[in-house]
Design a protein around this ligand. Structure first.
Ligand SMILES: [Zn+2]
Ligand SMILES: [Zn+2]
Length: 386
């Protein structure tokens, strides 16, 4: 039997699809979500929400119930990516080189639909509801810290958010307790020596052998410095030095990424990487510089929040379609910062459909979602608030 909330959300399918397609056609980059914000604020005001704009183009939309106590916050992100959409669809992005290829249009449509559904049942609200439309998820340091600093979580007891996932079939929901996404960091290393003629290395300070040693040494950070029951990834992704066969270059550069799930592991890698760069540079009389750029922290779901999501989702899509211990993701998400302040959880909404050929991953030029995921997202979000 279809849950009554799902049935109510499914009766809004056409409206939800239209909302999503409207937003899909007018994608805007991080910190430029002007029209997007205007559209959402307009829809939310029509639905009876009290809307304010705390930070950038972000929105806080509140609705109170006559018998409600406390407040739950539900969040959607708003920004698109600098990608040319390659889908041949009637609602294709109208902005060249910009497209909603992470599906944040879907997240906004789900949240608008949740607002519409809950606004129609105010007297049943056990808790007051806050919808957060957050800009700039794709651009570190992200929009979440700004929204939080400007009061997004004031008076809030719990906070939830979702991300669509096309590798998960529509109708499925997944989450996990504890770390869910990675802290995604970037490192840049520069070794500076003194260039010269390749036939007279004794007159130069060659950065290349040192650079090669360092690439090898960095591999030992994960294998020798991280406990086997912890997880970390370190990849050197760029090596740059020299121009031709007879010149020793002045300097060599390395770049790469570190992904971790726990702050002590991350802190140890940062400190030991600094020590290695200095040691190798000193050993070769080079100048070593490390620029370590922290990305988003890891999303750490609260156990109570993950359980609440699983319970709500099981009622909507059936327990067999809910994965409570889904594998950790290696991407980063600034939803992490909400969960550092309030209990709650982040969850994944299946948006793929192999039979319809909807399989392309987020951030690809042919990414799309099965729009029947919209009412499912709405029903689960609404259930969390009731
Ligand atoms: Zn993304
Ligand atoms: Zn995203």
């Amino acid at each position: 039997m279809t849950h009554e909330l799902l049935a109510a959300a499914q009766s809004m399918q056409e409206w939800l699809t239209q909302q999503r397609r409207t937003l899909h056609m007018m994608p805007e980059l991080s910190l430029n979500e002007f029209k997007t914000s205007e559209h959402c604020a307009h829809e939310l005001t029509k639905l009876g929400f009290k809307v304010s704009k705390p930070w950038g183009e972000g929105l806080i939309a509140d609705i109170d119930g006559p018998n409600a106590k406390g407040r739950i916050a539900l969040r959607a992100d708003m920004d698109a990516l600098p990608i040319q959409e390659l889908n041949d669809i009637p609602y294709r992005s109208k902005h060249d080189g910009i497209a909603h290829m992470c599906g944040h249009d879907t997240h906004m449509a789900v949240l608008l639909g949740t607002g519409k559904l809950l606004a129609g049942m105010r007297d049943k609200l056990k808790r007051n509801v806050r919808l957060l439309f957050q800009p700039s998820e794709e651009l570190p340091p992200g929009g979440a810290p700004g929204m939080i600093a400007r009061g997004a979580l004031e008076g809030v007891d719990e906070v939830y958010g979702l991300h669509n996932l096309p590798t998960l079939e529509v109708g499925q929901i997944a989450t996990c307790s504890g770390p869910m996404t990675a802290a995604a960091d970037i490192f840049e290393i520069k070794l500076t020596g003194r260039g010269g003629h390749a036939s007279r290395p004794q007159d130069s300070i060659d950065p290349i052998p040192a650079c090669c040693e360092l690439v090898g040494m960095l591999q030992t950070l994960v294998s020798r410095r991280v406990a086997p029951f912890e997880q970390a990834v370190l990849s050197v992704t760029k090596v740059k030095a020299g121009t031709t066969h007879n010149i020793i270059p002045d300097d060599a550069e390395l770049m790469g990424t570190v992904r971790t799930y726990a702050e002590p592991v991350r802190a140890r890698i940062i400190s030991e990487m600094g020590r290695m760069v200095k040691a190798v540079a000193d050993a070769h009389e080079l100048k070593g510089e490390l620029n370590y750029i922290r990305g988003y922290d890891s999303i750490v779901n609260h156990e109570s929040g993950a359980n609440t999501v699983c319970k709500a989702a099981s009622e909507i899509v059936g327990q067999a379609n809910v994965d409570p211990a889904y594998e950790r993701q290696t991407w980063g998400e600034d939803f992490a910062y909400y969960l550092q302040k309030k209990p709650g959880a982040f969850f994944l909404l299946g948006s793929g459909n192999k039979a319809k050929g909807i399989v392309n991953p987020v951030h690809s030029a042919r990414f799309n979602v099965d729009e029947t995921c919209l009412p499912i997202g709405v029903a689960v979000m609404a259930k969390l608030a009731l």
